[in-house]
Write a protein that binds this ligand. Structure first.
Ligand SMILES: NC(=O)c1ccc[n+]([C@@H]2O[C@H](COP(=O)([O-])OP(=O)(O)OC[C@H]3O[C@@H](n4cnc5c(N)ncnc54)[C@H](O)[C@@H]3O)[C@@H](O)[C@H]2O)c1
Length: 337
């Protein structure tokens, strides 16, 4: 059996408690402790038999912790990553890497300087349908890829709560989140393009929207981009889409067909994958291997494998910084409506 990894979690809120902690257990790893100043989060950890520290510095000083998963609000990622790196811990940091590009660059640089493994928590790389999509593209199932079109949206009103944030909606605070729907939701889509095609988005432009919700960050964005070899990318992200509507769709178009993934983007396994034939228009449901495998479990296993083996190529701070640069470029070069 693989050597269990001793994990620490910085920021024991929604994604950490509901997705990461169960994945650590399912992988056979050990959650040593969490760091979170909130009494509510500390009580939630205690209820699971996990001790808490009030600060990331204390967590990083715990000798039993080998890797730290950072899941605080975005503006606190940098200090947490730097504290972990300074203590020699491997870091798996939630997306976006930070609330600003400068902080993201500093966080990744700190890990590089300390010589510790750094990964961004792009769990959707580990979704079984996305793995099947990537394989189908590589096998030439749709010929030459021409475009990737993504819709990834939700409803996030001013009073939205993760249920773990004490009612403070930091996602609607530009300083804490670094942006709105574009900053929160687009990293997944941009990263998936690289994962599915093996080729990153090279250039982007965006139109932003502040249409439905009375907060300062964008509640919708339309992003267009392209890869260096000429694949077009279109990403519609939104905080203003009612949750009951279709709102998670990923299409890869090619010269010989179209691949459509519905309801695959998100934290859970599931959804559907269809190939539409370019010659006949026939729809075929695709078989997805290990269709129920949790993306978060896959992510924990991949990170543990990298740590144990010393082969870090599945994770790349440099690659993830390019995604942050695209987000910064999209905000900087906003095309005004
Ligand atoms: N990959 C995904 O699918 C996914 C899903 C949800 C959230 N996220 C990302 O995860 C991060 C957390 O999001 P969330 O929705 O879980 O937020 P949340 O508000 O539910 O939880 C954040 C937690 O951080 C804690 N915290 C605040 N200051 C802290 C500090 N100084 N040290 C340690 N902990 C501190 C809070 O008390 C809270 O418990 C964000 O970066 C978000 O973008 C990713």
């Amino acid at each position: 059996m693989a050597r269990p990894i001793g994990w620490g979690i910085a920021g024991f809120g929604w994604v950490a408690a509901d997705y990461m902690a169960p994945a650590i257990a399912a992988a056979g790893d050990r959650l040593v402790a969490v760091a979170d100043p909130s009494p509510r989060a500390q009580a939630a950890a205690k209820a699971r038999g996990v001790p808490s520290y009030a600060s990331v510095a204390e967590l990083a000083a715990d000798a039993a912790v080998e890797a730290i998963y950072v899941a605080t609000p975005n503006h606190l990622h940098r200090v947490a990553v730097e504290a972990a790196a300074a203590a020699g811990k491997a870091v798996l940091c939630e997306k976006p890497i930070a609330a600003t590009l400068a902080d993201a660059e500093a966080a990744v640089a700190a890990c590089r300087k300390a010589g510790v493994l750094y990964g961004t928590a792009f769990d959707q790389r580990h979704h079984p349908a996305h793995k099947a999509l990537r394989q189908a593209v590589a096998d030439g199932a749709i010929g030459s890829v021409t475009a990737v079109r993504i819709l990834y949206a939700c409803w996030l009103g001013p009073d939205w709560s993760s249920g773990h944030d004490g009612g403070h909606n930091w996602r609607a605070d530009a300083g804490q989140a670094g942006g709105g729907a574009l900053m929160d939701l687009a990293p997944h889509g941009l990263d998936l393009v690289e994962f599915l095609l093996g080729e990153p988005v090279a250039q982007v432009a965006a139109m932003l929207q502040r249409r439905i919700h009375a907060y300062p960050v964008d509640d919708g964005a339309m992003l267009i981009g392209g890869t260096r070899l000429g694949v077009l990318v279109n990403l519609h992200v939104a905080y203003n889409c009612p949750d009951a509507l279709p709102r998670r769709r990923l299409e890869v178009a090619g010269s010989a067909g179209l691949l459509v993934a519905e309801n695959t983007m998100g934290q859970d396994a599931g959804g559907s994958l269809t190939r539409i034939d370019g010659a006949t228009g026939r729809h075929d449901a695709m078989v997805v291997a290990d269709a129920d495998a949790s993306p978060f479990l896959g992510q924990v296993q991949a990170f543990g494998d990298a740590l144990r083996s010393g082969r870090w190529d599945a994770f790349s701070g440099a690659r993830d910084l390019d995604t942050m640069r695209l987000l910064a470029q999209a905000y900087r070069n906003e095309v005004k409506i």
